[in-house]
Structure formats: structure tokens, C-alpha cells
Design a protein around this ligand. Structure first.
Ligand code: FAD
Length: 319
């Protein structure tokens, strides 16, 4: 079932879970066991993030360099197939432009369509580690809006099916995109970032999932600005509970977001007591989640980032 259908049929807010593909060396059984705690809540789908290939270089005796592919995570498509097979649940692979050509993306879409996966989250991705700015891959997409348009015009399996007189579906993929309540770090201001978000919707995206935020008012203001800008699709809030004091600096640095003073102070008060910091972050997220549900959000998206205990507690308290 497509997320757009799930959203329009759902009568109350539901949790949406995002996982990161496991590192190479983790077995399928270990991965499936790690997400079992979420299955108790009958999630309607599981998102699986995508990670660009990274490269290392070694210098040859003649001064030239050899490029080596570092592949340290299992692909999102493989993880999705394993989850579908074991849990009979919808899966949503993320697809990124970074490090990929349009042809490679088309081939990925062929694989997804073959598996019966008809939901995607389309993203640009980030620059390679060590690279200052995002550089599009030659033959690839520069922005997520171009990727959305590419997915919408995807004719791979359709053209084959047409040729063979089989049923086709031009809006096969339901597409989610990312939105940034505190603006994307490269955007000059929130208004122009929202204009760029609208380009993704105009290109055919069906809904938005936001970057994590720790102050719900930021999300409510963002939704209002999006509506004023003519964005009418569902905007699903994204949450992540803080789990360590270190995240007070690492998350703003990585995601260009603010952590409210009240939460900062509560985390600092926990100090070196790791359990107290973990509990404080979890309680704050429970408070955020309850408030979002009370405000009538369609779903709440959780960035699990390899952790399940805190998310399970939040799901128990809120859904
Ligand atoms: P875009 O929408 O392309 O925007 C990127 C920047 O370009 C913004 O500043 C925007 O304002 C600007 N821009 C857009 N269009 C134009 C235009 N036409 N002209 C000029 N400027 C423009 N990353 C991963 O690597 N893997 C994942 O699985 C992943 N999952 C994510 C899930 C969610 C819900 C979110 C919110 C983010 C996720 N990310 C993921 C991170 C994401 O890839 C980065 O935030 C990335 O820097 C931007 O991606 P985007 O799709 O929002 O890019």
C-alpha cells in the first residue's frame, strides 16, 4: 500500500520507523531481531536509509592513484527485501542522488518495482566525507526535485510492460521528500528553502518528512509557512530522542538545528550520569510526541539511528 493511501485512510496518528542498514558483517537474522521490538507496535511501514559509497585512494609507485570502493553497509534494497520477507510489512527505501548516475537510479527503480516496492523517499544526499560542498555525480541529479521528476517519469518497467500488453501504472511510486523546519544548512533562508521544497512537490512528491527538531513550535510554524507557500501535501514530523550529553553539540553540528535551552539544561544537569541523560532525552521526546499527536499530526517519524530501547519506550507511552 502506498504511504499516500495509508495517510488518507488512517484515522489517528501512527508511528513511522526509520532504520539504518547494518554494517557489513551483521547477519540477516541479527538485523531482523534488532527490529523485532518495533514490530510489536504493528508499524505500517519501515523506512530504510541509503548511504553513498565512499572511496579511499592508494598511491602507486609511479605517482598515480588507485581508487578503492569502501562499502561498509548493506544496501537499502537488500535490507528492504529481507524485512518484507520476514515481517510482511511495507518498506520504504531512501534513494539518494549523491554518488549515483541517473542510469544507476533507473536500475535501482527496476529492482524495487520487481520486488513490489512502490514507496520511496527521494533525497539528494550529502557531500563525500572530506568534500566541502555537494558535487553532483556526472550524469546524476543535482537536487532532490530532479530526482523526484526522474522517478515520476520512470518508464523502465512500464515501457516493457506496454510493449508486452501488460497493465501499467504511471504513478507506481509514492514519493516522500525531506523538509527542514530550521532550514537546510545550505539554504540562504527558510523562505527560499521552502520554495525549493515546493519544487519537489510540484515535481510529483506526495508527502514530506521533516528533519528532526526539538521544539514543536518550530514544526508548527514551518507547516504554516509551507501552507502559505502552497504546499498542501501531508508534512510528517520527524523526531529523535537525545540519548547522550554529547549530542547537544553533535546533532546541531550534523543537522544544523537548535536544541532548546530547557532541554540543554536538563541534559547538562544529568551530567556524567548516562542513564539520567538517556531518560531525560526520552522524556522530552515523549512530551514532544504527545503534543504533536494532540495537534492532529498524521504520523510521527522516528529516526532510530541504531537504537531501539528509547524509541520502544516512547511508542509505549504515546501510541
Ligand atoms: P534538496 O531538496 O535537493 O535540497 C538541498 C539544498 O539545495 C537545500 O539547501 C535547498 O534549498 C537547495 N535547493 C534545492 N533545489 C534547488 C534549486 N533548484 N536551486 C537552488 N537550490 C536548490 N541522507 C542520506 O544520505 N541518506 C538518507 O537515507 C537520508 N534520509 C533522510 C531522510 C529525511 C526525512 C531527511 C529530512 C533527510 C535525509 N537525509 C538522508 C539527509 C539529506 O540527504 C540531506 O539533508 C541533504 O543535504 C539534502 O537532501 P534533500 O533531499 O533535502 O536535498
Amino acid at each position: 500500500m502506498r504511504v499516500s493511501e495509508i495517510l488518507s485512510e488512517s484515522k489517528k496518528a501512527f508511528p513511522s520507523i526509520e532504520i539504518v542498514p547494518p554494517l557489513r558483517g551483521i547477519t540477516k537474522t541479527e538485523l531482523l531481531e534488532s527490529i523485532r521490538p518495533f514490530m510489536e507496535f504493528n508499524p505500517k511501514y519501515i523506512n530504510v536509509t541509503s548511504h553513498r559509497d565512499e572511496f579511499s585512494y592508494s598511491e602507486n609507485p609511479d605517482g598515480s592513484f588507485t581508487r578503492h570502493l569502501i562499502r561498509n553497509r548493506i544496501s537499502e534494497t537488500t535490507v528492504c527485501a529481507a524485512i518484507m520477507e520476514r515481517y510482511d510489512i511495507e518498506v520504504i527505501p531512501h534513494i539518494i542522488c549523491a554518488g549515483t548516475t541517473k542510469e544507476e537510479i533507473e536500475s535501482k527503480l527496476d529492482n524495487l518495482a520487481f520486488l513490489g516496492i512502490n514507496n520511496i523517499v527521494a533525497l539528494r544526499g550529502d557531500s563525500m566525507s572530506g568534500e566541502k560542498r555537494f558535487t553532483p555525480t556526472p550524469g546524476g541529479y543535482s537536487y532532490a526535485s530532479e530526482l523526484v521528476a526522474g522517478i515520476r517519469s520512470y518508464q523502465g518497467s512500464n515501457s516493457y510492460r506496454r510493449e508486452h500488453g501488460l497493465e501499467t501504472d504511471d504513478r507506481y511510486f509514492c514519493i516522500g521528500v525531506g523538509g527542514y523546519p530550521e532550514k537546510h544548512f545550505e539554504a540562504p533562508n527558510l523562505d527560499s528553502d521552502i520554495e525549493n521544497l515546493k519544487k519537489k512537490i510540484d515535481a510529483g512528491a506526495d508527502y514530506v518528512i521533516t528533519q528532526m527538531f526539538f521544539d514543536n513550535q518550530v514544526y508548527y510554524d514551518f507547516v504554516e509557512k509551507c501552507r502559505t507557500a502552497g504546499i498542501t501535501v501531508p508534512i510528517i514530523p520527524g523526531l529523535k530522542p537525545l540519548s547522550t550529553v554529547k549530542q547537544l553539540t553533535s546533532l546541531p553540528e550534523a543537522f544544523s538545528l537548535d536544541i532548546p535551552q530547557e532541554l540543554t539544561k536538563a541534559m547538562m544537569d544529568a551530567g556524567t550520569d548516562k542513564n539520567a541523560a538517556y531518560a531525560t532525552g526520552t522524556e522530552w521526546c515523549i512530551m514532544q510526541c504527545r503534543d504533536l499527536i494532540a495537534h492532529g499530526v498524521p504520523a510521527v517519524h522516528f529516526y532510530t539511528m541504531g537504537k531501539s530501547d528509547n524509541i520502544v519506550k516512547i511508542l509505549n507511552e504515546c501510541f
